[in-house]
Design a binder for this molecule. Sequence first.
Ligand SMILES: [Zn+2]
Length: 309
Amino acid sequence: MDAFEHTCEICGNNDWRVVYSGPIRNGSFGNLTGGECLIGQCEMCRVQRLQEKACVDTSFYEGEEYRKLLEEPTDVGGYWSRHDELQLLNVSALWPHSLRGKSVADIGCGAGSFLDHISGLAKRVVAVEPCQVYHESLAARGYHVYPFAADAAADGRGRVDFAFSFSVIEHVFDPRDFLADIGKLLEDDGILVVSTPNRSDVLMDLLEKEYPKFFYRTVHRWYFDTDSFAHCAQHAGFEVMDARCVQRFGVSNALAWLRDGRPTGNKPLQHFESALMDDVWKRFLEEKGVGDYLYYFLKKAHGREDRKQ
Ligand SMILES: [Zn+2]
């Protein structure tokens, strides 16, 4: 298959199997690519990736085009209005770690919603974000701003106890290099927390015709499940301390998908305005590993980083 005749960026193998062929999401729900796109799965490390010619260029994230494609506001206040409410989940995921007195970095921090939620505890805050639009505001809040993790690592003042990267690794050109660069930024006993969508999301099975063309999208080059992410982390010189599956959406979201074939976020359906029902649904999926989102806690595997050839 021509689209996948190349070496896997993560494991170096060259053996891909096409697992999806068809239109995929290009922006918000309802916007599909005109043509057919292919998703391949590496037979060695099991990562899935979008064929390169269908991916957006990584320079896309340095300006306002990415937010425009998602039909999101492009200014700092607009970013906060969309992302502040998501931070409770990220902060909750940190339990039982404390950030008090620690130096921290958020890789792909956007306009700094997560950092604003934890900066009062942290000793020093590093904000890594390729989109220049947010830099002035991040610096005005006292954060040390760099476009990429490699830039922060190259600056001797950039070393941190905790690094975070929420919903970023699925976008980057090379996830293994991305993690390895963050490793250079971390203190030797530092902890890296990474999150990404779970391709084993229960809706991929329940709605095998409708959901994949929403789940696969032009802005996501990489699609992980628990095991394939662990392979990637190990190749980048980390070991997995903890992997947690999280379900972000209540039962109404799945029911609305099944009834209407469309996303409804966390808006409850009539008769389903029940926190208890949602809690049971979320815990059930998380226990089975088929929730929609994954968090990983990583630490450096000293002396075990395998170099790329
Ligand atoms: Zn591979």
